[in-house]
Design a protein around this ligand. Structure first.
Ligand SMILES: [Zn+2]
Length: 451
C-alpha cells in the first residue's frame, strides 16, 4: 500500500470510529448563532483558535471592517386587528420605520420576479409588497433579487414569507454590506396564507409595521490556518463561513462545515500527513450579510499563489453531496474523474454558485467548487435553513461522519492532483458568467464588479 492509500484508509477508519465531528458541531451550536456583531461570534472565534492551537497549529486572524447591523424591535399586524401581532422578524439590513410605524396596503407579489411585479406595478407603488420564498414565474430567485425588485417597483415595505409550513419565518440579508432602502420583515407561511385570504375577502387589507434596528461600521475576523505542503507556495484554500443567523444556531448552515474544517486538520495532524500542496483552511466571517467577509478577503490579499478554492456551505445535513464546479469545464471534468475514488458518488454540476464564499474567488479567476448537501425536496428551497429550526438536533452522527469522510477523500485527492485546472482571465470570467445568464441578476445584486 502506498503512502496515499494508507492516509485515506487510516483517515476513513478514524472518522467512522469517532464521534468527534458530531461533538464539535454541537459545541459550535451551543455557542449560539455566531451572528456577526454578537458575543456569540466572538466566542466562536476564540473556540476556533483554541481548537487549532491544541493541535499544534498557530492560526492567524484576518480582521476587516464592514457595515454592522443590530436587531431591535419588529412588530407587524393588520391595521384592523391591532391586538393580534403576527410573529415576525426584521431581515438583515432592514432599516427602521419612522417612530409612528408604517401603514400601507398589502399587495400579494407572488414569487417576486420582475414578471410578477410588472403585472401589479400600480398597486405595488407606495405599498407593502408580500413575496414568498418559493419558486417564481422566472424560476428560483435569491431573496436579495426579490427585495431589489420590490424597491425598483416603488414598494415602501417588503414582507418575505416562508413557503414552507411550520410557523417559521425566514431571515437573510436584503442587501450586501449596506443598509436596505425599505423595511423588510420575515413572516411564516401560516401568516402569509391568512393575509392572502383576507385580501381575497376585503377590498383593502392594510398592514402596520414598527421596526427599530441600527447599523454602524464595525469589524469581524476570518480565522485562518495552514498545513504546509511539499510544494509550499502552491495553496489550495478550503473554507466555510462560521457565522449563522441570530434566530437559530446555524447548524447545517454552517456549523457542520466549519466543524469539518477543524476535524480535517485534526486528522491530518494525527497522521502527520504532508499534502502535495499547502492547504489553507479559512473559517470566514460575515457571509450571511451577503458574502461580505470573503469578498473583502480576496481584495485584501495577494491571491497569486492560490491555485484553487473549495467552499463548504451546508456540507452536513443532507446526502448526497453536490459539487458545483463554478462553471469551469476543466474543473467539472476533473471532479467527474475523481468521483469514483470518493467515499460515495456526489452529484457533480457545472453550476456557478454566486451566493456563497466561493464566488469572490471565482471573480479572481480561481478555479473553485462549492460543496453542499442536496435537500431531498428541492421545492422546499432552504428548508429549515435561515429559520429558527436550523438547530443541532437536525444533525445525525451518521450524516456528520459521512460528510467528513466525503470531504476528507475529496480534499486529499484534490490537493494531490498532478495538473489542476488553470486560472482564467477577467475576460474569461465575464464570458463564463454571461454564458450562465447571470449578468443581469448579479448587477441587481451589486455583485458585478466589471465595467
Ligand atoms: Zn451558508
Amino acid at each position: 500500500m502506498d503512502e496515499f492509500d494508507r492516509i485515506v484508509e487510516t483517515g476513513q477508519g478514524k472518522i467512522f470510529a469517532s464521534s468527534s465531528i458530531y461533538e464539535t458541531i454541537k459545541d459550535l451550536c451551543l455557542l449560539g448563532s455566531r451572528f456577526a456583531g454578537t458575543n456569540s461570534e466572538k466566542e466562536a472565534q476564540e473556540y476556533l483558535k483554541n481548537y487549532i492551537r491544541d493541535l499544534g497549529v498557530e492560526p492567524i486572524e484576518h480582521e476587516f471592517e464592514y457595515m454592522g447591523w443590530y436587531r431591535g424591535t419588529c412588530i407587524f399586524f393588520l391595521q384592523a386587528e391591532e391586538t393580534k401581532p403576527f410573529p415576525a422578524f426584521s431581515l438583515v439590513y432592514s432599516p427602521s420605520t419612522e417612530d409612528e410605524g408604517f401603514v400601507g396596503k398589502i399587495v400579494d407579489g407572488g414569487g417576486g420576479s420582475e414578471t410578477e411585479l410588472m403585472r401589479i406595478q400600480e398597486e405595488v407603488k407606495g405599498n407593502i409588497v408580500m413575496i414568498h420564498s418559493g419558486q417564481t414565474e422566472e424560476g428560483w430567485l435569491h431573496r436579495r433579487i426579490k427585495y431589489a425588485n420590490a424597491v425598483e417597483f416603488g414598494a415602501k415595505a417588503f414582507l418575505f414569507a416562508n413557503h414552507n409550513p411550520g410557523q417559521l419565518f425566514p431571515t437573510g440579508s436584503v442587501r450586501s454590506n449596506r443598509m436596505g432602502e425599505i423595511p423588510a420583515i420575515g413572516i411564516s407561511k401560516e401568516t402569509y396564507e391568512y393575509i392572502k385570504e383576507q385580501i381575497r375577502r376585503k377590498e383593502e387589507v392594510n398592514g402596520k409595521i414598527y421596526i427599530l434596528n441600527h447599523a454602524s461600521t464595525t469589524t469581524s475576523k476570518h480565522i485562518i490556518w495552514e498545513i504546509e505542503g511539499e510544494e509550499k507556495e502552491e495553496v489550495i484554500v478550503i473554507g466555510g463561513h462560521y457565522d449563522g443567523h441570530d434566530l437559530a444556531q446555524g447548524a447545517t448552515d454552517n456549523a457542520g462545515s466549519v466543524a469539518a474544517l477543524l476535524e480535517l486538520t485534526k486528522l491530518m495532524k494525527e497522521m502527520n500527513y504532508v499534502p502535495k500542496r499547502t492547504i489553507r483552511f479559512i473559517a470566514f466571517g460575515v457571509e450571511e450579510f451577503g458574502v461580505v467577509g470573503s469578498t473583502i478577503y480576496v481584495n485584501d490579499i495577494n491571491v497569486e499563489n492560490i491555485k484553487a478554492m473549495i467552499n463548504v456551505d451546508g456540507l452536513v445535513g443532507h446526502i448526497p453531496k453536490i459539487v458545483a464546479c463554478g462553471g469551469y469545464d476543466e474543473m467539472f471534468n476533473l471532479v467527474k474523474d475523481i468521483r469514483d475514488q470518493l467515499l460515495y458518488d456526489p452529484i457533480v454540476l457545472k453550476t456557478i454558485i454566486t451566493a456563497s464564499d466561493n464566488y469572490p474567488f471565482l471573480l479572481k479567476g480561481i478555479p473553485n467548487v462549492c460543496i453542499y448537501g442536496q435537500n431531498p425536496d428541492p421545492k422546499s428551497g432552504r428548508g429549515y435553513g435561515h429559520t429558527s429550526a436550523d438547530t443541532f438536533d437536525k444533525i445525525t452522527k451518521l450524516d456528520a461522519k459521512l460528510a467528513l469522510g466525503f470531504i476528507f477523500s475529496f480534499l486529499t485527492l484534490f490537493v494531490s492532483i498532478d495538473k489542476l485546472p488553470k486560472r482564467i482571465s477577467e475576460k474569461e470570467v465575464i464570458t463564463l458568467l454571461r454564458e450562465a445568464n447571470l449578468e443581469e441578476n448579479l448587477k441587481v445584486l451589486e455583485k458585478w464588479p466589471f465595467n
